[in-house]
Design a protein around this ligand. Structure first.
Ligand code: GDP
Ligand code: MG
Length: 164
């Protein structure tokens, strides 16, 4: 069995975009409205010779806030149970949200290794300070990235394979 790396986070932070970039294919549906990742998607990939299975955990992302939270919680639970490493994605442009804090709370309760992936840092020079608040979520590994523009994904993957 190859190690499992699960991508979790609230809707619209760029989980499916990241998944597609990392597996080198456009299998996950990307949309700027929540509600478009149909299933959990599993794809094998590798980094520097370490093979793993990457999971995109959108599920059906309901627009209603209560359902949305219930769904994220369910996805996070499944991810925490099956994954060896969790990529917790947040939106660096939007800042820390209440939903991020709830997901962080769930993830901190288990002792799986979590890498906090602060996405949408398209311009590293100008936006790096947008990531500072996210340290408050309490994870020791924080990777500022831009999934869309493939910024810093290599450093993030180095951290992933270190913890597999
Ligand atoms: P998901 O709901 O978490 O799976 O998010 P998606 O991957 O569907 O992306 C949501 C929106 O964020 C889409 O409009 C993406 O094009 C956009 N997005 C994803 N990654 C980036 C990024 O690195 N930078 C910017 N500026 N937008 C991004
Ligand atoms: Mg998605």
């Amino acid at each position: 069995m190859k190690p499992i790396v699960a991508i979790v986070g609230r809707p619209n932070v760029g989980k499916s975009t990241l998944f597609n970039k990392l597996v080198g294919d456009r299998v996950a549906i990307v949309d700027n409205q929540p509600g478009v990742t149909r299933d959990r998607l599993y794809r094998e990939t590798e980094w520097c010779g370490t093979e793993f299975v990457l999971v995109d955990t959108g599920g059906l992302e309901p627009r209603n806030n209560d359902f949305m939270m219930a769904n994220i919680k369910k996805q996070a639970e499944v991810a925490m149970n099956e994954a060896d490493v969790i990529l917790f994605v947040v939106d660096g442009k939007a800042g820390v949200t209440a939903l991020d804090e709830e997901v962080a709370y769930l993830l901190r309760k288990k002792n799986k290794h979590v890498i906090l992936c602060v996405n949408k840092i398209d311009n590293f020079q100008a936006q790096l300070e947008d990531t500072y608040d996210f340290w408050g979520l309490g994870f020791e590994d924080l990777a500022p990235v831009s999934a869309e523009h493939k910024v810093n994904l290599g450093d993030m993957l180095d951290t992933v394979v270190e913890h597999i």
